[in-house]
Write a protein that binds this ligand. Structure first.
Ligand SMILES: [Zn+2]
Length: 309
């Protein structure tokens, strides 16, 4: 047993307690349980201790291919919505030429979409630890750095920096944000997508398993409040903050709960995303979250940041 943390990893206050004890129900990469702590002051939820020494295990070689295989109707709908969303975002950039940095971008699916959306994009850089993604990304003419953003060095500045479901995976989100800030061109924007702890499903499933934990791969999970707190240590400003549908988290939570009650079976050979219930549950909750999005906080935050006031 390791000692409980003394203070919140984001706001540094001491008002923290055990939030959830979770296992890897999604990939069964490791058997052990992990403790997540919650901060009563800012709402951050964080894993402790951080399993840094188990990276190879908790991101098994099939992790990325799993993620890319499920192209069901919900994934396609999400891609279509993302495309529309980014078209609007790119319009806000006045530059004649746009360079894009996708942190954790894998094979470069999103920059591929963006290039089709806006012909001003003339340079796309991907930074990712996935060694298998490199050749595909380069074939599609993206520059690829295999490693973490902390270790990425360049003279270039970027007009659009993407951190889609990335910041919750790192041990030190502040350093990553500051690095992104240093790589941002004047007038450029950073787009962040990350889970939100201040959501109905997070509260509902914390006792069994909340999909937003993506245990043990999500290390620091924010609320709107704690994200704003983190930004105070940077010179970044929020241009826009909205909520988007968190259907996969609902599906992970519900299927994990059914598994714990021995109603359905999931295993390392058949992880949750291959379960037949995954697509229908995701579809139902995509609609549910889409409808309530204007007046409720869903479990996914979408944030646009800029350096300029
Ligand atoms: Zn806190």
């Amino acid at each position: 047993m390791s000692l409980a943390p003394a203070y919140c990893r984001v706001c540094k206050q001491q008002n923290i307690s055990t939030w959830s004890v979770a296992k890897d129900y999604e990939y069964f990469s490791v058997d052990e349980e992990f403790t997540y702590y919650g901060c009563a002051d800012c709402g951050t939820i964080f894993i402790h201790p951080i399993p840094v020494d188990q990276l190879k295990k908790i991101y098994p070689s099939n992790y990325y291919s799993f993620a890319n295989k499920s192209k069901n109707i919900v994934v396609r709908l999400k891609e279509w919505l993302d495309k529309r969303f980014f078209k609007r975002i790119l319009k806000q950039l006045p530059d004649q030429e746009i360079s894009v940095l996708d942190i954790g971008g894998g094979t470069g699916w999103m920059p591929d979409v963006l290039k089709k959306t806006d012909s001003r994009i003339n340079f796309t850089q991907i930074v990712d630890i996935d060694e298998k993604a490199k050749s595909i990304a380069e074939e599609n003419s993206h520059a690829y750095f295999e490693g973490t953003i902390e270790n990425f060095e360049t003279d270039k500045k970027f007009h659009l920096i993407l951190m889609l479901n990335l910041i919750e995976h790192v041990a030190d989100p502040l350093t990553v944000l500051q690095k992104a800030q240093s790589l941002l061109a004047p007038g450029g924007i950073i787009v962040i997508k990350t889970p939100n702890t201040d959501s109905w499903d997070a509260r509902l499933y914390k006792k069994s398993y909340w999909g937003g934990l993506h245990c043990p791969r999500h290390w620091v999970i924010f609320s709107e409040k704690s994200f704003r707190q983190l930004l105070q240590s940077t010179s970044l400003k929020i241009k826009k903050l909205t909520y988007t549908q968190g259907a996969p988290f609902w599906a992970f939570s519900i299927i994990a709960a059914l598994h714990r009650q021995k109603i359905v079976r999931i295993s390392a050979q058949k992880p949750i995303i291959f379960h037949w219930l995954f697509a229908p549950i995701s579809a139902v909750f995509a609609v549910f979250d889409f409808i309530r999005r204007p007046f409720a906080k869903t479990s996914q935050l979408f944030i646009i940041l800029t350096k300029d006031v």
